[in-house]
Structure formats: C-alpha cells, structure tokens
Ligand binder design. Structure first.
Ligand code: 8OZ
Length: 374
C-alpha cells in the first residue's frame, strides 16, 4: 500500500487517508445557510481523509459572492451542524474554511450597502458573482473598497475568533484560515495591494501582522491542533501581486512555525491554473525552500499541497516526503468516490465547468459513483 492511502494524524484530527477535498466555491447556499443539497454533497464525499468546506464568510461584511455560506448566524450554524453530523456519520472529517473577502465584494452584498473593506482604497480589477431577481447569475465588477482604519482591525480579528468558536460548536473538526487567493488577509500581505502607512503596511513584518494576529486569536480560542491556514504564494487571483513572494511567504511560514498547527495548505502556482505560474519578473517560486524554511524554524504541521495533482503526482509527493497531504479540487467535484478511484486506479468522471457556480442538484450531487459508472 502506498502512504497516500494510509491513515495519519493532522494536529488533533485523525484521518483515514491523506487525500483531502480542497475548498470549492459552489454558490448553492442562498441566504448564507447550508441546506439539504449541501448536506448531501458533503456526505457523498466523506471518504476523503479530510474535507475542507467551500470558503465560508465569517461575518456579513466578509461576504463577496451570492449564495456562499456563512458562519455568522444561527440558521447557518444549524445548517452546518447537519453537514458535520452527516460527514461524521459517514466516517469522515471536516474543517471549515474561514473567509473574509475584503475588497472582492459588491455593495449589494454588504451590510447597509456599504463599501467593502480592505488594506487599500483601490478597487480590484476583478469580478464577483451576483444572482438576479429571476435567479440567473451574473459576473459583475467588484465595488470600490475603503481602507480599514487601524482601530478597526482588532474587531476583525475578533470576528475570526468568534467564527472559529462557532465552527467548533457546529461540529467541525477544525478550521482553515483563508490566507490565499487575493482575499482580505492576502490583501494585507502583498505589496501590490497594501498601500498602508500604519503598522499593517510597508515592511513584510507589518504586512503579515494581521494574518498572525488572526492565527494567534484562533489558536488561543480553539487550539492550534484544530487550526490550519491556506496560502497561495504566487497566485494572481483577485489581482494579487507581490514584488517578492519568496521573501514574504518565507517570513509567513517562519512565523507560523511557532504554532503547532494542524496543517499548512500551499497552493502551488496559479490557483486552478498553471503550476509553474510566476508573478511578474519574479523567479520561479521555490516551494521546497519554503517547506525547508518552515521546518528549519521548528514547524511540525502537516504540509498540504494542492493544484493540478493527479494520482501519480500525489503518490509521489507523499511517498517522497515532499508533502504529507494532497488536496484535490475539481476531481472531487466530479468524483464523490475519488479516494476509491485513486486507490484502484480507475478512470475519473470529468467535471462540468458550466455547473461549478450556482444552480441546483445538477452537476452537484448527481455525479455517478464508480459502480454506477461501470
Ligand atoms: C472561485 C470563485 C469564487 C471564489 C477562492 C473562494 O479562490 C474562492 C473562490 C473561487 O479562494
């Protein structure tokens, strides 16, 4: 048996194999409340060693897209409890990805139609997704943000802390802090977005401060063994750019090493795209050096890799010790029984792009299992 299919311990979470369902935005939770369809979707995928939920807004202000779920109101938490119960009853483990979109939002999704908040007043050249009155979806430009006042930042750290507590109370095995893909924490970390002059802007230390404050608050609230983080050092998603991602993320992982986190989740390359993507004139990103810097600083968390892995790459990554866990995204959309298919080296269903975002059961809970496909 290859190590990929063997059980392991991820912080406080015991998992039955090292295949992880990556966070996947599906826009099927109107009013931010997980519903029966969502329960069924996650239940079907419980043979994954670990499920990471789709990105989930920690507050109303953290919302940036139509019909994504939240962690901030009773109905949503009750809905998530039904999801976590179903996954646990099916023998799986599940963590929630805690999300604040920052400037990747639209005034119509914000409390009192306010401006989205960010590290900057500058608008992102990016799109968000809204649902029209007739139920059809459209991609629209994000709204102009306002830079958070320095004095507002502790309140957002507190929002993360509260959301982490609510997640554990809703039955999650842990939380993954979304520090990737150009959303709020990334908007602070990157010098191509962050134009602040306070203690949250300028040097790498200052830009990473907010992320560390969030990690600190969440680990104190629920324990480091139930806390994880996702980073995407070079992804251009949501117009995120940094002049020196290697130095920035080396500092980030060195700082994370002092927490005994469950895992560090690294998107290699462009999220959902090219694995060898580079930011501007930067040299190719050295992921091995990143992991070594983490270990040299005393970091012991599981190292989770993601982006375009196939069976052979995943087996090799874990067997060679380059990674402890491998997250699969699109293959899990189309293959609820992905673990069995990888283990037996069976063919995979092809995901249908047209039904990724929004809609109903079609393209969501109707992908066939291997027996039925055969
Ligand atoms: C796809 C569409 C909308 C949001 C991310 C949460 O990139 C997302 C996302 C992905 O992290």
């Amino acid at each position: 048996m290859t190590k990929l299919f063997e059980p392991t311990q991820v912080g406080d979470i015991a998992i039955k194999n090292r295949i992880v369902m990556a966070p996947l935005t599906r826009n099927r939770s109107p009013e931010a409340v997980p519903n029966d369809l969502n329960v069924e979707y996650y239940r079907q995928r419980a043979t994954a060693g670990l499920i990471i939920t789709e990105a989930t807004a920690i507050t109303h202000q953290a919302q940036g897209y139509a019909d994504v779920p939240g962690l901030y109101k009773k109905e949503a938490l009750d809905g998530w409890k039904r999801v976590t119960d179903a996954v646990h009853a099916a023998g799986g483990k599940i963590v929630v990805q805690m999300w604040h979109v920052g400037r990747i939002s639209h005034t119509t999704l914000q409390p009192n139609d306010g401006k989205p908040v960010s590290s900057t007043n500058r608008i992102a050249k990016a799109k968000t997704y809204l649902v029209n009155a007739d139920g059809t979806g459209t991609f629209v430009d994000t709204s102009e943000p306002r830079a958070l006042e320095t004095s507002e930042i502790p309140g957002i750290v507190e929002d993360y802390r509260k959301a982490a507590r609510a997640a554990i109370d809703a039955g999650f095995d842990g939380v993954e802090i979304h520090g990737a893909n150009g959303y709020l924490l990334d908007q602070f970390m990157r010098d191509g977005v962050n134009d602040r002059t306070d203690q949250y802007g300028g040097s790498i230390e200052n830009r990473a401060r907010f992320t560390f404050e969030v990690v600190d608050a969440v680990t104190k609230e629920i324990g480091a063994g139930r806390t994880a983080i996702r980073i995407s050092p070079v992804t251009p998603s949501c117009e995120s750019y940094d002049s020196n991602p290697q130095a920035l993320f080396t500092h980030v992982v060195e700082g994370l090493a002092k927490y005994d986190l469950a895992y560090i989740h690294v998107v290699e390359g462009e999220t959902g795209g090219e694995r060898d993507f580079k930011q501007g004139a930067n040299p190719a990103f050295d992921y091995k050096a990143l992991c070594q810097a983490y270990e040299k600083a005393g970091g012991k968390a599981n190292w989770m890799v993601n982006n375009g892995y196939d069976r052979g790459m995943a087996i090799d990554a874990v067997e060679s010790g380059r990674a402890d866990l491998v997250a699969f995204g699109k293959p899990f959309i189309a293959n609820p029984d992905l673990v069995e298919r990888l283990e037996k080296n069976l063919p995979l269903n092809t995901p249908e792009q047209a039904t990724f975002y929004g809609g109903g059961p079609n393209g969501y809970i109707d992908y066939p299992l291997v027996e039925k496909a055969a």
